[in-house]
Ligand binder design. Structure first.
Ligand code: ADP
Ligand code: TRP
Length: 330
């Protein structure tokens, strides 16, 4: 069997081109050499998303996105995290090999604490224990199936390091039970900028959603923040988020032309934004049609996810059993 590439995406917002370039596409490309295991991380989403109907809708949106973007459920093992009852048990076992200090230093938790301290609040105010435990749950996701590589964006690097730490701590105690995974960080697309120049992220409300209606998608592209230079003014393409986004979608020849327009004068932001919107719509034309069909067909999505969960559980059971045996629980 091929080595396993595993990754998850939280259903906390509509999939955007940062997710696509940083995660979906590299993950799907890996299928050539790896057994892909891709899942909708709804248990992770629950740390922040407390509206039941929205969570349910977003699980379907993310599932439909994977399939629309080319995931073949006969090839990849594709499932919903909460359909794997082994996960909570494995998470608990992993937590007993996780140093609490490591979790104190995890970025998401530390940022939340720092924010409270800035506001002179109790350090843990408003922070649920699920957020604190987030990295352990993610380690369980990865370690349960003996994953070899984990394709993610740069922001997840620390979580992979924590996962490796947990696996090594477990193995130091009991011998070689768990596979220590490698992160696969996409260097070239480490950080896709959002329309405001910060990292494109659902949490910043600065995304270009892949499957939004055309009008909405175009409108969002037109909102890309640029400086106030006139078309004829020379501009620095390497210090401009419109150009940074064009890089991902324009052909190399066209990109070179645009670069020359920036440097020599003649690049009109409004026109280039229209061009970018058209390039994005063209790039995702087939996927957008597929998505619209899939999202109407929830029974099909449920069926695909459940079948995937059966396969994932079969992959996970030997590792859970080995961990139970090693620890003396079995
Ligand atoms: P968001 O930041 O929008 O909440 P997630 O945290 O759910 O996105 O990320 C899902 C996956 O997409 C992760 O592997 C993450 O590293 C990747 N990703 C998210 N935003 C970007 C981005 N702007 N550039 C590159 N990869 C990204
Ligand atoms: N934490 C990841 C994110 O925010 C999602 C995730 C959950 C994940 N479990 C995972 C990614 C396991 C890779 C492997 O994007």
């Amino acid at each position: 069997m091929k080595p396993i590439a595993l990754t998850g995406i939280k259903p906390t917002g509509k999939p955007h081109i940062g997710n696509y370039l940083g995660m979906y596409r590299p993950a799907l490309d890996l299928m050539e050499n790896y057994q892909g295991m891709y899942f909708v991380a709804d248990l992770h989403a629950l740390t922040t998303m407390h509206d039941a109907a929205t969570l349910k809708d977003l699980v379907y949106e993310v599932a439909a996105s994977w399939l629309a973007l080319g995931l073949d459920p006969d090839e990849a093992i594709f499932f919903r995290q909460s359909d794997i009852p082994e996960i909570p048990e494995f998470t608990w076992i992993m937590s007993c090999f996780t140093s609490k200090g490591l979790l104190n230093r995890a970025h998401a938790y530390k940022d939340a604490v720092d924010k409270n301290l800035e506001l002179n609040r109790d350090p843990d105010e408003g922070i649920n224990a699920g957020l604190f435990y987030y990295p352990v749950l993610m380690a369980a996701d990865i370690l349960l199936y003996g994953s070899d590589v984990v394709p993610v964006g740069l922001d997840q690097k620390q979580h992979i390091e924590i996962t490796r730490d947990i696996a090594e701590a477990f193995n130091r105690t009991y011998g070689d039970v768990l596979k220590v995974p490698e992160g696969l960080i996409q260097e070239s697309v480490m950080k896709v900028p959002g329309i405001d120049g910060r990292k494109m992220s659902k949490s910043y409300d600065n995304t270009i959603p892949i499957f939004a209606p055309e009008k909405k998608l175009r409108k969002q592209v037109m909102r890309i923040v640029t400086d106030s230079k006139r078309p004829e003014d020379p501009k620095d393409p390497d210090d401009d988020n419109l150009f940074a986004l064009l890089r991902f979608f324009a052909s190399p020849e066209r990109l070179e032309e645009i670069r020359e327009l920036y440097v020599g004068g003649g690049a009109a932001y409004g026109e280039l934004k229209k061009e970018l919107a058209s390039l994005i719509l063209e790039h995702f034309a087939d996927a957008r049609v597929k998505f619209d069909n899939l999202i109407q067909n929830k029974d099909y999505l449920d069926k695909v996810l459940l079948e995937g969960a059966q396969k994932a559980r079969a992959m996970g059971k030997p590792y859970l059993q080995a961990a139970r045996k090693a620890t003396g629980l079995d």
